[in-house]
Write a new protein. Sequence first.
Length: 327
Amino acid sequence: MTVGPLPSKLLDSYRPLAVLVLLLVLGLLSPPSTAQQLYRWVDDQGEVHYTDQVPPSHADKERARLSEYGITIETQPGVPTGEARELEHRRAEEERRRVEDEQRLQRYRTVDELELARDGRIAAIEASIQAKRDDMRDETRTLIALYEEMQALQKQDEPVPLDLMSKIDASMTNIRDGYTEIVDNESRKQSVEDEFEGDIARFRQIRHLPAPDELDWTAKPARNGSTLVDCRDRVQCHTYWDHAVSYVRAHSDRQGEVLGPGLLIAFQQDEREIRTLTIAWTQKSADQPVQIYLDIQCRNRLTASLICVDPNVPRLREGFRAAVMGE
């Protein structure tokens, strides 16, 4: 019985196996010291290859590293393409968001609970801010007394003791550091507001609740960022500082003001209250931006209340940022 030649398709299917057998035979005949790496990889057309190295054009494809006996000892996954990476990133983001949504629903049952949690965290930060502002009020009184003592000596053409100058410098440093802490807490408060604003919006979306504007609520008040100006460029920061000094002096009595490095304390008063206008040059660290901060504190002459009653105070706060930035 005569057997004809095998069909070409059948030969093609046996070819990779034949190559592998041949390589195995050669590997067995070769001494171990000369054995080379062997990789099995598939090209874009689906053809299997056995070579001692993967071509650079296919370095991102999956391949298997074989032992000298043709046994797979390691599978190296391919590097995902840009589209595959984007898909993987989207899936990871969707999973992250799903987990966050579950945690949000477990933690809060209503929008009111979210708002209460937000208000509680903000109240704690505001308490820290107020405590520090009280410290600044006391420190300001100390500095004013020291400054008046220095001015009295200067008027009498007497030398100012080094100890007095050191106390003035230390007091100014304490005030600037205190306002740096206040500004940091203001930033923390803003971060909490932003965080809960996103949480509440997402909670409404998950629960299919109407948006606030659909409930005919009053408009949300503008954020109080008008008393703080950021800058990084040294020249620009000094320009902003000069503008801030001019702004405060234009709205103060100029009498009894205290001016030092990065600090100006000025006063404005009438028959009802005494207003203290302070601008401080603050910077948390050398790699952080400079922040020029305006603080206005009031004291009623009759009741000693610290609530500002002059209607110009809100306008002074609102106009500070635009005046400093030259807008």
